[in-house]
Design a protein around this ligand. Structure first.
Ligand code: DAH
Length: 345
């Protein structure tokens, strides 16, 4: 290897070792700077003949070009590496999901209530709401359950100062809603004309001194009432059967009206349902109380029981939610555990 070739090799090696642009510029100075090796070689040509200058000059120029090429290649490589490092350091993971507000959702029991309202709404029922703090009159007496009536003992509740109590069922809404309705059509009724039928459901919170896996001191009920001049038990059967089949999205479902007692209905029946298939197949499950509205209750609505007749029912949306989703502990609904609740979104 001649002197010039070895100079080029040295330069290439030194450039390759330069880890930063500053190192590289220092290395360059050793070869191409004012006092660099190439410059020295050029100066050394002064004593040569014209012919020698020509060939020597051309050779030095080639070496210079090779060194410059090596320098430029290394400059580019360092610049690329720097850009690479910068891109890595500032990397933005565009595949990360964006930060959003967590979407809220409806409580499973609220989902059931919405469902109940939609289904009965489609059958022409209004939706009414009433107070959770009730009077003794609406909660008991007007519903044919006078003081000392033994049925009151099944409805132990929380009493509030001033003679009020936390309602033990949504049945007081039967009276409240009917009284409003009768007031609205008073003129027609007084003139011996009819009135539009009362067709209403009243969902809401209810309270009893009760607490275990299937009872909570606060729970939900949904009352139903249909009063007219020609409403029969058959209508109750049709309406409730239709409701259950729509609610559970199953025609493979049988209803049983089991004789029972409630002070505000006569006759009274518990409504049981039975699925033909699925995990609950074959078992009778109680879902509601019901019956023909007692004449005393019709009277307390401000209507003549000789003329107006109808049925009522009261169901448990919590229970319906448990059956629909296969939940076996009612308390899960009211613990506020987000891991449980999230499953219904
Ligand atoms: N209120 C009753 C209860 O809480 C349920 C009930 C039974 C409601 C029969 C009714 C009915 O409207 O007709 O146990």
């Amino acid at each position: 290897m001649n002197e010039l070739d070895s100079l080029v090799v040295q330069a290439q090696a030194l450039f390759a070792q330069s880890a930063t642009p500053a190192d590289l510029e220092n290395a360059k100075a050793q070869f191409l700077g004012k006092a660099g090796r190439i410059t020295e070689l050029m100066k050394g040509m002064a004593s040569l003949s014209v012919d020698e200058k020509k060939s020597r000059g051309a050779a030095i120029n080639l070496a210079k070009q090779a060194i410059e090429a090596a320098l430029n290649a290394r400059r580019q490589a360092l610049a690329d590496a720097e850009l690479d490092a910068q891109l890595k350091a500032e990397a933005l993971d565009v595949s990360l999901p964006g930060r959003t507000h967590a979407g809220g959702g409806l409580h499973p029991v609220s989902l059931t209530l919405e469902r109940i309202e939609a289904i009965f709404g489609s059958m022409g029922f209004d939706v009414a709401q009433g107070p959770e703090i009730e009077t003794d009159w609406f909660n008991f007496t007007a519903l044919n359950t006078p003081e000392d009536h033994p049925a009151r003992s099944m409805h132990d509740t929380f009493y509030v100062e001033g003679g009020y109590l936390l309602r033990t069922h949504t049945s007081p809404m039967q009276i409240r809603h009917a009284v409003q309705h009768v007031k609205r059509y008073k003129t027609q009724l007084d003139a011996g004309q009819g009135m539009p039928e009362i067709r209403v459901i009243a969902p809401g919170r209810t309270y009893r001194v009760d607490s275990d896996a299937t009872h909570s001191p606060m729970f939900h009920q949904c009352e139903g009432l249909w009063i007219g001049e020609n409403v029969s038990f058959k209508d109750l059967k049709v309406v409730f059967t239709d409701f259950c089949r729509t609610f559970f999205e199953s025609d493979d479902l049988t209803l049983r009206f089991r004789p029972s007692f409630f002070p505000f209905t006569e006759p009274s029946a518990e409504i049981d349902i039975q699925f033909a298939s699925g995990p609950l197949a074959g078992r009778w499950l109680e879902v509601a109380g019901s019956g023909q509205v007692h004449p005393n209750v019709v009277r307390n609505m401000g209507l003549d029981p000789e003329r107006f007749i109808g049925f009522a029912f009261g169901m448990g949306p919590d229970r319906l939610t448990m059956l629909r989703y296969g939940v076996n502990d009612l308390r899960l609904f009211f613990d506020g555990d987000i891991r449980f609740l999230r499953q219904f979104q």
